[in-house]
Design a protein around this ligand. Structure first.
Ligand code: NDP
Ligand code: 2IT
Length: 444
């Protein structure tokens, strides 16, 4: 049996109750076949793939807090420190009821390759909790964050592990977490990113993931003698990534027709009204029905459905496995040109295969959404030198990083005779640096 098959079987057997983790590992190892085959004996002897697919450590802890009715609630907190061979662990904290060990491990594993692709010195980590911030008062969110940090602070630090935002964790949550970290340790350091601008945050971090996604999408189209200008774009999600992807796509001359949340979706024939969307989601934390109420010309539908809308470019920006084979078939039938992932692993393995077979350009999340964590690393640099850069400075560095990622994943695919396969390109380009660093540092 080939080394890749051996390790895939081992990972599936060992982690049988973690389907998302198995899915993420399968996608990466399948792409790495040509690289591994070249050095099969050496890598097997080094147990390189076993070491790569086993996190350095995973902490799981109790998070008790008191709700507004005086009742005690108990959630589970997680932090996975997956691989720090190229830099301190870095990755977000997800607060969503669906969070479990397998979800956190899949996200941590993806983060290792994504962070490598940024070209910056950051390793891979992820964390979170099954706590749901939706519908909670600010006081309840603070009570949860305080309790979460009283355990998490033992494992993190500016030079060791630097968490940030993800689903359900935005500026409000990062602020409460930072306050408690400071109180517990007495240290004012860049231990979290996505901080507010008044206490060490970076300009353009809020916009970075969505902007970066659109920069790389535009780069892809330009490489194929096209551009985003005049394109019709379908976006899923209505959170941090979706909002700033809509903003940048609109600035570059595209028309964004949709957005969605977990209860329904909007089709706006005039193009999504960004100011209204920000008011509904960022300020008032409302459902998308509030968008429809203020914009009668838009259509609102319950459930999922954005992939049925005819478009040139699709940007999934909500959550994992939100774009399945049936959705891919609808997109292909409607002649979609490109699918670029703003979320982490939003496209199922079958849907990805179908899109690629039908010549749809496809950029996987670990490359397409890397602008967020890259800008987090820029926030860490600013904190270390105790300076703040301007919006333009950070944004232009972000643009440069995304252009570079596109070039690297495109070149890696060409080197392995897979021109245009950006999944293979991203996995190989991300892997090469981590592999080299792991082998250089010996067994640890
Ligand atoms: P937010 O919490 O800001 O927004 C998430 C959006 O997706 C909301 O509209 C939410 O709807 C929707 N959503 C979440 N879960 C589901 C679900 N199970 N079914 C349907 N809709 C869902 O998160 P972000 O925008 O930060 O994150 C979106 C994606 O991007 C995630 O996959 C995240 O891992 C990834 N990502 C985020 C980065 C960042 O910098 N924030 C960086 C790189 C990747 P509702 O409010 O109704 O739950
Ligand atoms: O998935 C991701 O890359 C993030 N949620 C951002 C992580 C970070 O450290 O900024």
């Amino acid at each position: 049996m080939s080394y890749v098959d051996e390790v895939l079987r081992r990972v599936s057997d060992k982690n049988y109750s973690e389907p998302e983790f198995i899915q993420a590992v399968t996608e990466v190892l399948e792409s790495l076949r040509p690289v591994i085959e070249k050095h099969e004996d050496k890598y097997r002897k080094e147990a390189l793939l076993e070491r790569l697919t086993e996190p350095d450590r995973l902490v799981k802890f109790k998070v008790p807090w008191v709700d507004d009715n005086g009742n005690i609630q108990v959630n589970t907190g997680y932090r996975v420190q997956f691989n720090n061979s190229i830099g301190p662990y870095k990755g977000g904290l997800r607060l969503h009821p669906s969070v479990n060990t397998g979800i956190i491990k899949f996200l941590g594993f993806e983060q290792v390759f994504k962070n490598s692709l940024t070209g910056l010195p950051i390793g891979g980590g992820k964390g979170g909790s099954d706590f749901d911030p939706k519908g909670k008062s600010d006081r309840e969110v603070m009570a949860f964050c305080n309790s979460f940090m009283t355990e998490l602070y033992k494992y993190i630090g500016a030079d060791c592990d630097v968490p940030a935002g993800d689903i359900g964790t935005g500026a409000r949550e990062i602020g409460y977490l930072y306050g408690m970290y400071k109180k517990l340790t007495g240290r004012y350091e860049g231990v979290l990113t996505g901080k507010g601008l008044s206490y060490g945050g970076s300009l353009a971090r809020k916009e970075a993931t969505g902007y970066g996604l659109v920069y790389i999408t535009d780069e892809l189209l330009k490489d194929h003698n096209d551009s985003l200008k005049g394109k019709e774009v379908v976006v899923s999600g209505a959170g941090n990534v979706a909002i700033y992807a809509i903003e940048k796509a609109t600035q570059l001359g595209a028309k964004v027709l949709t957005c969605s949340d977990s209860t329904g979706w909007i089709y706006d024939p005039d193009g999504i009204d960004l100011e209204l969307l920000k008011e509904v989601k960022e300020e008032k934390r409302e459902r998308l029905t509030a968008y429809k109420a203020k914009k009668p010309n838009a259509e609102y539908y319950e459930g999922k459905g954005v992939w049925s809308v005819k478009c040139d470019v699709a940007l999934p920006c909500a959550t994992q496995n939100e774009l399945d084979l049936d959705d891919a078939k609808m997109l292909v039938e409607n002649h979609v040109l490109a699918v670029c992932e703003g979320a982490n692993m939003p496209t199922t393995l079958e849907a990805t295969e179908y899109l690629k077979e039908n010549n749809v350009y496809f950029i996987p999340g670990k490359a397409a959404n890397a602008g967020g964590v890259a800008t987090s690393a820029l926030e860490m640099s600013q904190n270390s030198e105790r300076l703040s850069w301007t919006f333009e400075e950070v944004d232009s560095k972000l643009h440069g990083i995304m252009t570079n990622i596109y070039k690297n994943i495109s070149d890696a695919a060409i080197r392995y005779d897979c021109e245009g396969d950006y999944v293979v390109g991203a996995n190989i380009a991300g892997f090469e640096k981590v592999c080299d660093a792991m082998l250089s540092q010996g067994l640890y």
